[in-house]
Design a protein around this ligand. Structure first.
Ligand code: HSE
Length: 438
């Protein structure tokens, strides 16, 4: 069979590794794909950096639009990231009848509906396994492995940089900025690292997972997003005393009222496997009605793990090149005409338990006032921790765990408590999930 010819856009961390793995594992890859797969054309912004050692024979330009117009290219592999020019390049590749493999979560989350419609019309495939959770084949799991099930919820650690920062803070008491610099140097962080620490990268990925899980359109703007910048080592220690770890989770849940899509720091019981996913590792728990819970764990960022997912997609596409487009696996798991626009709930309508930390005057009656407001707001308190004031200080720290309550109701109670004269500063709130069977 004729070799499948690739055009590679972007020769950065993941692009270089993809080129090298395709060369070094060429025989094994051909055994799986049933034909050779070779890069015939590559492009990178700074052409002076060249191709990685061992790939110097590949034609390299700094003109990606020429690459997507190159008639010999069967599959365009887009590894530049970001919204533009990635969107234009991918749409032009599709227009030219080429298949596309991309690791670009921002592109899929933001422009996926448009891109898949164009691909559908043209009968080509756009594959994006590497866009979520690096090397973990979670897209394939949701799209194929669990296709008999109703998916009930997904909870995942889907940003390696954020998890690395939280782990280093927790285990070694290291400084946030210091760990972030290290993650950047290791090639884990996004070009703009605020995407990692403010939860935007995780929100891109959660938006994609939700669409695959529930058969809904991609709607990045509907994901509630909160980053990790306000998590302190102090909160990690208090959570630990109560038997919890703080993790930055992406959570998607199907409820009777609509779909929840949210990314935020979350207390989870420390006995859960997810609580023990550390460093740059990612993990996703999927609760499915027939399988029950299943957990997918692996490297969520980094050159070779991401290249592993990119190349798995290339092999999948190579295998389907000769099949009828109607019989291929649908881009978003469900047939394009069966995607349903189920409403997405605003965060105020989401119910979770809460961890609250507040600073109060160390005088009698303060706790009674706080618990009165909680009672009037119909919020049950699960646990209370009071920390003795430091010597010479007249204020104490109180930590409370509540039972599940609608966020709008909790917001009102927090406002009332914050207005008490005996309460000082802002009230720190972190949502709590038990990740049990419900
Ligand atoms: N910046 C991302 C992360 C890279 O840290 O998870 C993989 O998508």
């Amino acid at each position: 069979m004729k070799p499948v010819k690739l055009g590679l856009i972007g020769v950065g961390t993941v692009g270089a590794s993809t080129a090298l793995v395709l060369k070094n594992n060429a025989i094994e890859i051909a055994r799986r794909a049933g034909r050779a797969i070779e890069i015939v054309h590559a492009s990178r912004k700074n052409i002076a950096k060249g191709m990685p050692d061992g790939c110097a024979d590949i034609k390299l330009t700094d003109a990606p639009f020429e690459l997507v117009d190159d008639p010999q290219v069967d599959i365009v592999v887009e590894l530049i990231g970001g919204y533009e020019p990635a969107r234009d390049l991918v749409l032009r590749a599709i227009e030219n009848g080429k298949h596309v493999v991309t690791a670009n979560k921002a592109l899929i989350a933001m422009h996926g509906n448009e891109i898949f419609a164009a691909a559908q019309a043209k009968g080509v495939t756009v594959a994006f396994e590497a866009a979520v959770a690096g090397g973990i084949p979670i897209i394939k799991i949701l799209r194929e492995g669990l296709s008999a099930n109703h998916i009930q919820w997904i909870a995942g650690i889907i940003n390696g940089t954020g998890n690395y920062i939280l782990t280093e803070m927790h285990d070694r008491g290291r400084d946030f900025d210091d760990v972030l610099k290290e993650a950047q140097a290791l090639g884990y962080a996004e070009e703009d690292p605020t995407f990692d620490v403010e939860g935007i990268d995780a929100a891109h990925k959660l938006c994609i997972l939700s669409s695959l899980a529930f058969g809904i359109p991609l709607q990045f703007d509907a994901v509630y997003t909160e980053g990790i910048t306000r998590i302190s080592i102090e909160d990690m220690a208090y959570a630990g005393e109560l038997g919890y770890r703080i993790k930055h989770l992406g959570i998607a849940r199907r409820t009777d009222k609509g779909i929840e899509m949210r990314v935020h720091p979350t207390l989870i019981p420390d006995k859960r496997l997810l609580a023990n996913v550390d460093g740059v590792m990612n993990a996703v728990v999927v609760m499915a009605d027939k399988l029950g819970p299943s957990l997918y764990y692996g490297a969520g960022a980094g050159a070779d793990p991401t290249a592993s997912a990119v190349i798995a997609d290339i092999i999948d596409v190579a295998r389907t090149i000769t099949t009828d487009p109607q019989n291929r696996v649908p881009h978003l798991a469900f047939q394009a005409d069966r995607i349903v626009d189920i409403p997405v709930l605003p965060i105020t309508e989401v119910s979770t338990a809460y961890y609250l930390r507040l600073r109060v005057d160390d005088i009698p009656g303060v706790m009674a006032e706080i618990t009165r407001i909680m009672g009037e707001s119909e919020i049950s308190i699960e646990a209370i921790l009071q920390k003795e004031p430091e010597t010479g200080v007249a204020q104490a720290t109180i930590i409370m765990l509540t039972q599940k309550i609608r966020e709008a109701q909790m917001n009102l109670a927090i406002d009332k408590i914050a207005n008490l004269e005996t309460v000082h500063g802002s009230i720190h709130r972190i949502r709590v999930e038990t990740l049990g069977d419900d």
